[in-house]
Design a protein around this ligand. Structure first.
Ligand SMILES: Nc1ncnc2c1ncn2[C@@H]1O[C@H](COP(=O)(O)OP(=O)(O)OP(=O)(O)O)[C@@H](O)[C@H]1O
Ligand SMILES: [Mg+2]
Length: 257
């Protein structure tokens, strides 16, 4: 089983898009997938047709409720959706930090450090899945830290713009700390996201980025990617000529997924 976390503390860079396309792609290849939505905006949950009143993720993390109480099957006509389960989020996810502070003593006794809570929970159910895919909120908080500690691989969608690239440094600092302290084998890939390939300035930024990091093939800013989300259908179902499909096929091949 492999745990893949999609992360960027910058908002609106295409994290949730990446999670949705990746989970559907891997499920369509016959893999059993668990998706975990750690973002209180719950965008990924609703794209998978799952809306809940109140998520119990915080209670699951501290051990007050079982896995069966937080996991549901996703909705969808095609066969591959049967391979996807999700732990959905809701705005109550925002209570996580408070609950972690209130239960700190208890957590230390039973699970050790709070950064490891998610990893510990995933370790218990890992033989049931081929991949666990985690969507994270756009901030460097407890959710993101836990998701980095739990991951084997981190995918970092990044826009080819100045502020996005500056913001990467903060994320990479956190990544390095986690690697040194908790997760020495952690790997990352930077995925240029929502790229306009005709804009010279974006090409220039991507070139600069590739001098410092290994970057994957890019995903263009395309209307059919937005359609994929609004119709809740992955890009590979939107017809052979959907341009986003080519981009994702090249990306999955480069990432060996
Ligand atoms: N390649 C793309 N082409 C066009 N639109 C895109 C593309 N990728 C994402 N979008 C759109 O951009 C918006 C932001 O994408 P998304 O929600 O995936 O970002 P995010 O990083 O998860 O945001 P947040 O930080 O708020 O969670 C959405 O409306 C999405 O449909
Ligand atoms: Mg998102």
């Amino acid at each position: 089983m492999e745990v893949i976390t999609i992360a960027n503390n910058k908002g609106g860079v295409g994290k949730t898009m990446q999670c949705f396309q990746l989970a559907c792609h891997l499920a369509n290849k016959g893999n059993k997938i668990l998706v975990i939505d750690l973002d209180s905006q719950a965008n990924l949950s609703s794209t998978f047709g799952v809306q809940i009143q109140r998520t119990l993720i915080p209670e699951w993390l501290i051990g007050d409720v079982d896995f069966e109480d937080v996991v549901v099957q996703v909705e969808g006509k095609e066969d591959f959706y049967k391979n996807i389960s999700i732990i959905p989020s809701s705005r109550h996810m925002a209570n996580l930090s408070k609950l972690l502070i209130l239960s700190e003593a208890e957590i230390r006794k039973s699970a050790g450090r709070k950064e490891r809570l998610l990893k510990n929970r995933i370790d218990k159910i890992k033989e049931n899945y081929d991949y666990v895919i985690i969507d994270t909120p756009p901030m460097l908080g407890d959710e993101l830290i836990m998701a980095l500690v739990a991951a084997d691989k981190v995918l970092i969608p990044t826009q080819a713009q100045d502020y996005s690239i500056d913001g990467l440094e903060e994320l990479m600092d956190t990544f390095e700390i986690i690697k040194e302290t908790e997760n020495p084998d952690l790997e990352f890939s930077i995925i240029p996201s929502m790229v306009n390939r005709r804009r010279k300035i974006e090409q220039q930024r991507l070139h600069e980025l590739s001098q410092s990091f290994h970057i994957t093939p890019s995903i263009r800013n395309l209307v059919n990617m937005q359609e994929s989300i609004s119709t809740k259908r992955p890009i590979f179902l939107l017809g052979k000529r959907a341009r986003g499909r080519e981009d994702y096929e090249a990306l999955w091949e480069a990432l060996d997924l």
